[in-house]
Every structure is written in C-alpha cells, then in structure tokens.
Design a protein around this ligand. Structure first.
Ligand SMILES: [Zn+2]
Length: 234
C-alpha cells in the first residue's frame, strides 16, 4: 500500500506507449473463461484470457498469481490512482478496424516519475499488445522474439548493440519498479518488484525498441508510431 501513496508527485511524468504481441491462440481456446473467488475479499473473479498468470481483484485490489489452476495471493493490495488516462481496464478500443479489449494495466516508477502501460487483446485473434503513451506520442510495440537478450548491465546509453540482427542505438537506461497493476496480466508481477528498462532506436529503420527486465522474464518489443485519431474508444 505504501508505494501507492507516492503517486501524486509523479503526475507530470511522460507516458510511454507500448504494444507487444504474442502468438495467436487456437480457435479452440479462444472463448475460455474460468471462475474463481478472491482469497482476500471473496469476490467472484472470472479469468477471460488463457495467457493470464496474474490477476488483480477489481474490488479489493489484491494481486494473485494463477498457479496450477488456483489463485494464490501475492503482494500488498494497491489501488492505482486515475490520472485521466483514455484507457480503462474492461473497456474496448478499435485500431485499424480491429477491436481490442483492455485486459490489464501496469504502472511503473523510475527516477523521473512514472508511466502506464495497457495490455490490449484482439477480440478476433487474441493477440496481445501493450499500449504506452508518451505525452500524446503514441507507439504500438510488437514483440521481438529473441533467444538471448543482453544483460541490463552490459548496455550503455550512446552505444550500439546488435539484437536479433538489428543494430540498436541505446537512448535510455533506467532502474524502475512496478507501482501496481490492474486486470489480467501475462506474467507474474507484484507491486514493488524491479522492472528496469533500456530503450533504443533500430538504426536501419528509426523505430523505437524497448527491453524491460522484469523479475521473472525479459521482454523486448519493437514500436510503431500511430496517431490518437487511429484509436476509437468504444
Ligand atoms: Zn478481492
């Protein structure tokens, strides 16, 4: 809970916007829904997505991991303050005529403030994306499947590194922590955990690339800029 109370002074921080995608699920698995009870408050929790490893109770904000098809409470309760984002967990949006559900939300903190990321899932394909908003500069990030990513310690701002045959110019490297989350998430995360990141530019394409070093996995994604007018909030 304590970490949430730090939020007000961070209001001005830039938002990034990120969208990762993953493999499509088979049609057979598309419409699954699993019913659980929150172990903290007893509220009904309906898991909508096959990929979910973490769920945050919409009533008491308790984070739980899904382990062996059972919910296990982890971490403190943490309700994220609403700073007027266009995105809301449970809402739907449309991008390039494809409809997505906003499935999850994560808020990160680092030295200069905080940023939010929104997990959206295609209603048609169940492909996953993360949305990040950098003061209205919207970028859609897609996953870059890399067998081995460089260690955080080995990346240097202002230097280049080769990742999956791309030459990457490193523009930013920061320590960060997870402030809190909402909804369903595809990895095991709780507030307070480390979530360092390195941002860069693909030299040959000028596209942004981001690597997030979460406690249980490292996620690399490539971005594509989009306009706010390309997103319809349904
Ligand atoms: Zn609950």
């Amino acid at each position: 809970m304590l970490i949430c109370s730090y939020m007000p002074y961070m209001v001005q921080k830039i938002y990034h916007l990120k969208i990762y995608t993953t493999k499509k699920f088979t049609r057979r698995n598309k419409k699954m829904s699993r019913e659980y009870k929150c172990q903290s408050c007893g509220a009904d929790i309906s898991l909508k997505y096959r990929f979910s490893k973490t769920i945050v109770c919409g009533y008491c904000h308790q984070t739980s991991y899904l382990i062996n098809e059972a919910l296990t409470m982890n971490g403190d309760k943490c309700e994220l303050s609403d700073y007027g984002s266009a995105f809301t967990v449970g809402a739907s949006i449309s991008v390039n005529a494809e409809v997505f559900n906003v499935a999850g939300h994560m808020r990160y903190s680092y030295a200069d403030g905080f940023w939010d990321e929104w997990l959206i899932v295609s209603q048609k394909s169940e492909s996953q994306y993360w949305i990040q908003d950098d003061e209205g500069d919207l970028v859609v990030y897609q996953p870059l499947l890399v067998s081995q990513l460089p260690n955080f310690e080995n990346l240097v701002v202002g230097k280049t590194v080769e990742i999956s045959k791309f030459e990457i110019f490193i523009t930013e490297k920061q320590n960060a922590v997870i402030l809190g989350s909402e909804g369903e998430l595809p990895f095991t995360v709780i507030s307070g955990e480390q979530a360092d990141f390195v941002d860069g530019i693909i030299v040959s394409q000028g596209k942004p690339i981001s690597i997030e070093y979460l406690s249980n996995e490292t996620v690399c994604s490539i971005g594509t800029h989009i306009l706010l007018s390309q997103i319809d909030f349904l």
